[in-house]
Design a binder for this molecule. Sequence first.
Ligand code: FES
Length: 171
Amino acid sequence: MSNAVLKLADLPKAQPFVLSEEERHEIEHALGHYPDSRAASIDALKAVQKRRGYVCDEAIPVLAEAIGISAADLEGVATFYSLIFRRPVGRHVILVCDSISCHLTGYDELKGELVKQLGIQPGQTTKDNRFTLLPICCLGACDRGPALMIGDDHHGPVEPADVKKLLEAYA
Ligand code: FES
């Protein structure tokens, strides 16, 4: 057995979060559009998510400073807004509506088929990092339920029999 003692200084250090030029530019552009800088919060979070897939904890204070609001306020927005991902996700995020209209039009069957085809439960990512499956409340497509989104694409109504072919379109 090794007698080596792991010191705190030996542990890998977390990389500081630095905004890219593109991200900073996009945030400044958004700030120019709103009289209250707070209103640019979601644009700023999306600017990071678009390029990195999700918004890590370290990004919050950096973004808050860029916008000119407190980190606690920005954390609140990031937590409340379900389209901002706070943990790594797969290449394609599937958001399945679990609100009332979609429940009445076949949500359970649709979710069951997604779980079967993907081999994961809601909240999980496939081993090949291709898909993350997440529940979401109303996507605003209640007349086309059961509805889901894959990335930015809306789909609905989606029958369980459609799922396999639909997933094949997302490599
Ligand atoms: S209830 Fe599902 S889109 Fe509105």
